[in-house]
Design a protein around this ligand. Structure first.
Ligand code: 13P
Length: 341
């Protein structure tokens, strides 16, 4: 298949009304942090048990069109020996892979961050594709302070995302472009809007410079929110309006889908905010959906507690959050639905 057709086919499977993406690509330190509160040690066996449970949850294929995996998971097999990416593909769920190697400080630019992992990326992508991955994810992180992100931080991060996206498309892999403006801090919603707008503008300039086909990528941004220590909370409607204002100004309509990250929001907040966008702005030019990690998995981990006998309850918890977020994608979520199983 020609590369453009291959990318288009993957996009069509991933971008569907009422569906979103499950981010299950926690790195080793991050999954250890998620397991710690339920007293589960992060061993290869426990990680496999947990992720196999997620991927085999009955009914999730009605609401989940893609799953982002960590490299280790891409090479693991389920109980019957089937590779986990194939377990997903058989259910009509597109397997993807986190390819960045995490973040660190941007040299000589205090407070700015940069993500590693471009060296050898094309070769790694060829290997991941052979293992079944059809899309990839790369996250750049921006923390807000009085002086950060600096103009240099914003342009350096945009350049990384665009170079990553170009390498992916050259290999027939759909790139998820993830710029995350962090929720940490006491900044206002207006400040988050200002930073997110500057970040998005620079990213689309860079994507253009690097010949990235916008039709064949997915954007995974933060919502526009007040910092978690800001004294004034914002309603879902205020967040939806502020978020859509920024994305209307910056994201070309050629981009098929914006799949938000949950970034530390509670599961209910993440669902309510997405619903407010779809209910309040039904004619947005992109699909507005989710690519949640914590907001889909928090209740699952609580139900599981690392015990095989809790697997079914844990899978039900995942199905519930997937279903509610699927409803939010359609603008049909109501808080009363939280009470049902
Ligand atoms: P959260 O939804 O927990 O922010 O995770 C999404 C993700 O993939 C972060 O890179």
């Amino acid at each position: 298949m020609a590369i453009a057709d291959e990318l288009q086919t993957t996009i069509e499977h991933m971008v569907q009304a009422g569906k979103g993406i499950l981010a299950a690509d926690e790195s080793q330190p991050t999954i250890a942090k998620r397991f710690a509160p339920i007293g589960v040690e992060s061993t290869e066996e426990n990680r496999l048990a947990y992720r196999a449970l997620l991927f085999t949850a009955p009914g999730i294929e009605d609401y989940i069109s893609g799953v982002i995996l960590f490299e280790e998971t891409l090479g693991q097999n389920g109980d019957d020996g089937t590779p986990l990416p194939e377990v997903l593909a058989r259910r009509g769920i597109v397997p993807g892979i986190k390819v960045d190697k995490g973040k660190g400080p941007l040299a000589l630019s205090p407070g700015d961050l940069i993500t590693y992992g471009l060296d050898g990326l094309a070769e790694r992508l060829r290997q991941y594709k052979g293992q079944g991955a059809r899309f990839a994810k790369w996250r750049e992180v921006y923390s807000i302070s009085e002086r950060n992100p600096t103009p240099l931080g914003i342009s350096a991060n945009a350049e990384m995302l665009a170079r990553y996206a170009a390498v992916c498309q050259e290999q027939g892999i759909v790139p998820i472009v993830e710029p995350e403006v962090l929720i940490d801090g006491d900044h206002s919603l207006a400040r988050c809007a200002e930073v997110t707008e500057a970040v998005q503008k620079e990213i689309f300039h860079a994507l253009h410079r690097h010949h990235v086909a916008l039709e064949h990528m997915i954007l995974k941004p933060n919502m526009v929110l007040p910092g978690k220590d800001h004294p004034v909370r914002a309603s879902a409607e205020e967040i939806a309006a502020a978020t859509l204002r920024v994305f209307r100004r910056t994201v070309p309509v050629a981009v098929p889908s914006i799949n938000f990250l949950s970034g530390g929001l509670s599961p209910e907040e993440a669902t309510a905010n997405l619903n407010a966008m779809n209910a309040g702005f039904p004619h947005a030019p992109w699909l507005l959906s989710f690519s949640y990690g914590r907001a889909l998995q928090q209740t699952v981990l609580q139900a599981w507690q690392g015990k095989a006998e809790n697997a079914i309850a844990a899978q039900r918890a995942l199905l519930k959050r997937a279903r509610l977020n699927g409803a939010a994608q359609r603008g049909e979520y109501r808080a009363a639905m939280e009470a049902s199983d």
